[in-house]
Design a protein around this ligand. Structure first.
Ligand SMILES: [Zn+2]
Length: 290
């Protein structure tokens, strides 16, 4: 059988965050990866120099890895400062990048091939690396967001979990802080779909269950992600609305009851949110800076 080109990275993100990392953080990641059955070929040490554990089939160069690490760290900072989510000091996640898209689809996709996925029990994300580096970067940030919420807001509803992952995956950390750029094409396409009633109502999205998401295919699935992304983007745009997201993530998340949380925390409740979000969809583009 042909050897699969597979790359695994272990990120020790807390080691670059504001919390003091445990001295044996790298060892902890190694143990975690072993338990998860993940092959370690790259690790990031809490010290100044990254430790290379023998990378031979790396598709991401050191700049790519540094960039992912920087962007995920910036996402952790936004989670902490804006949403009250503190990442645990021993936070680590293994990421496998499979170069072979055919093999990835065969193993994980079936008829509904994802770009990547994250399994919290094993703390392991698998990313299809068949696309561009940018795609791998985005998926790595996306899956890391799931890992953070898996630890800190386990009961966050599916739409919020996916919406935040989609929102953060384009994050770019710069000298002046983090920027979430606009996605005008995505927004316009969604606006057209909303106009033709192809999407859920905001209330239906808020009440959607993971089992409903699992049944979505093709365009409906894409639209559900687009809608979740847009609702999170709308809510993250100003401090008051961010407070609503924060409230939904408190105490491990609002579960499937995010509609009730919106009624309680958003002025005018779900109806007003639906109206404001539709207006926002047609309004001017604005990137977010933190
Ligand atoms: Zn996701």
């Amino acid at each position: 059988m042909r050897q699969l080109p597979s790359v695994c990275m272990i990120f020790l993100l807390s080691s670059i965050g504001p919390l003091t990392p445990p001295a044996d953080a790298n060892e902890a990641a190694r143990r975690l990866a072993e338990e998860a059955g993940v092959e370690i070929i790259y690790g990031i040490d809490p010290g100044p120099d990254p430790i290379d554990l023998g990378a031979e089939q790396v598709t991401l160069d050191s700049n790519d890895r540094r960039e992912i690490r920087r962007n995920v760290r910036a996402m952790i900072d936004v989670y902490a400062a804006q949403l009250g989510i503190q990442v645990a000091p021993d936070f680590a996640v293994g990421i496998d990048v499979l170069d072979d898209s055919g093999e990835f689809a065969k193993r994980y996709g079936g008829s509904n091939v994802p770009a990547g996925f994250y399994r919290h029990q094993t703390r392991k994300a698998v990313v299809s690396g068949s696309g561009k580096t940018e795609h791998i970067q985005r998926t790595a940030i996306h899956e890391s967001s799931h890992a953070i919420l898996g630890d800190q807001a386990r009961r966050a509803p599916k739409w919020l979990n996916e919406g935040l992952a989609e929102y953060f995956e384009v994050l770019a950390a710069g000298a002046g802080g983090a920027e979430i750029p606009t996605q005008p094409r995505r927004r316009q396409q969604l606006a057209r779909a909303v106009e033709s009633d192809a999407t859920w109502s905001v209330e239906a999205l808020l009440q959607s269950r993971a089992s409903q998401w699992a049944r979505l295919r093709g365009r409906s699935l894409h639209l559900a992600y687009d809608q979740a992304w847009s609702l999170v983007s709308f809510l993250m745009e100003d401090p008051d609305r961010r407070g609503v997201v924060r409230a939904m993530l408190e105490g491990g998340g609002a579960g499937t009851n995010s509609a009730a949380a919106i009624e309680q925390h958003y002025p005018g409740g779900v109806k007003a949110l639906d109206r404001d979000w539709r207006r926002w969809l047609d309004g001017p583009e604005r990137s977010h800076r933190y």
